[in-house]
Design a protein around this ligand. Structure first.
Ligand SMILES: Cc1cn([C@H]2C[C@H](O)[C@@H](COP(=O)(O)OP(=O)(O)OP(=O)(O)O)O2)c(=O)[nH]c1=O
Length: 190
């Protein structure tokens, strides 16, 4: 079976490499990522992963892997910030609080689609003006759900997590490996 990565995220590619897997092809799906009115975060993130997988054609010898990561604080869904102003808003919202990072993984073959949702709790320390401004200036917030990257400088804001570190970065490796194995794709640890 050929592994098709249905994602433009370089992090997801790197995480796959950690499993000893290299996609046969990268085929990102371009879908509308707007939440539905009143949609719950868990429903939203699952729908996104599924829609990314369903937007692509799948050949009988292909396995498509798609995922979606979103940050949720209270009832709010924090996606990728549109600009620096929104990134600042997200960072202040997360400052000194716990939030959830939800990552859904979808694996699709011609036979059907299987999906897993991973919920990780992340705690942010109270941020100072200097920390927020320095972080905004680094540009690291771009393209990251919630406006931070735990695997980068953003890691300095996180004293504690409960759940899956790899899920926060974009692909929960234990669940992904299990889903892929059941679709006939096995990696070797590198
Ligand atoms: C919270 C957090 C998110 N992220 C990233 C992972 C995802 O790439 C991104 C959330 O956006 P996604 O919409 O999940 O993915 P993407 O747009 O990067 O790629 P694609 O849709 O093609 O698969 O946020 C981090 O890298 N580190 C973090 O700590």
């Amino acid at each position: 079976m050929k592994l098709i990565l249905g994602s433009a995220s370089p992090r997801r590619r790197e995480l796959l490499a950690q499993l000893g897997l290299e996609p046969h092809e990268v085929r990102p799906a371009d879908i509308d990522e707007t939440p539905l009115k009143g949609e719950r975060a868990r429903d939203y993130v699952s729908r996104m992963a599924r829609e990314k997988a369903m937007a692509l054609n799948v050949a009988p010898d292909e396995v498509i892997l798609s995922a979606d990561t979103t940050v949720t604080a209270g009832r709010r869904i924090l996606g990728k910030p549109e600009d620096e102003k929104e990134a600042a808003e997200f960072l202040w919202l997360l400052s000194g609080r716990r939030h959830h990072v939800l990552t859904a993984v979808a694996v699709r073959t011609a036979a059907g689609l299987r999906e897993r949702l991973v919920d990780t709790v992340v705690k942010f320390k109270p941020l100072s003006n200097a920390e927020v401004n320095g972080y905004l200036g680094s540009g690291e917030w771009r393209g990251k759900a919630g406006g931070y990257a735990i695997q980068g400088r953003g890691g300095a804001f996180v004293p504690w997590i409960q759940g899956s570190f790899t899920a926060v970065v974009g692909l929960p490796l234990a669940e992904t490996a299990a889903l892929l194995a059941s679709a006939g794709i096995d990696g070797e640890p590198t």
